[in-house]
Write a protein that binds this ligand. Structure first.
Ligand SMILES: [Zn+2]
Length: 162
């Protein structure tokens, strides 16, 4: 970024703010050499990921916050240390691979449920009951039933053991 007045390369950011589309950042810069001030509009590419909540509020994707939510669901569950962090990393990788700069919070919830479903079924139900807020007990029961249905092959394996 060169100063438009003296072409000095070294400039200082004096103010930075997001524009409405959230993928553009407006920066006020000041040249350290001549003191000239100018404005730049910078497109943020893959590095930027914005979460759109149900009420339309946008905020920067927060991987640590996601990991904390997953960790809470995994409280006292028999899973390896770092499981919540790995799940959050996997979700972030999926979102980044998709290449979008915006993602709905409900999509993140779905991905978190997928991760937890594979990790620990109790944690999955905990997370799902908070983030998906099962409409009623019937819905919750169907979800639990589907988990049991997936476990059907297990007894056959047990029976095959010496
Ligand atoms: Zn300058």
């Amino acid at each position: 970024m060169r100063c438009p007045t003296c072409e000095e390369r070294d400039t200082r950011v004096v103010d930075s703010r997001d524009l409405e589309d959230a993928a553009t950042i407006r920066r006020r810069r000041e040249c350290v050499s001549c003191g000239a001030r100018f404005t730049t509009y910078e497109r943020m590419e893959a590095a930027r990921l914005v979460v759109v909540k149900r009420d339309g509020v946008r905020q920067e994707f927060d991987r640590d916050k996601l990991a904390a939510g997953i960790r809470k669901s995994l409280t006292r569950r028999p899973v390896p240390d770092g499981s919540a962090d790995r799940a959050a990393d996997a979700i972030e990788a999926i979102l980044r691979a998709a290449g979008a700069t915006e993602v709905g919070s409900s999509r993140i919830g779905e991905l978190a449920m997928e991760q937890l479903r594979a990790l620990d079924q109790i944690a999955y139900i905990r997370f799902a009951s908070v983030y998906q807020s099962f409409e009623d007990l019937e819905t919750l029961k169907r979800e639990v039933d589907s988990l049991y249905a997936e476990r059907e092959p297990a007894p056959a394996l047990e029976a095959g053991r010496p």
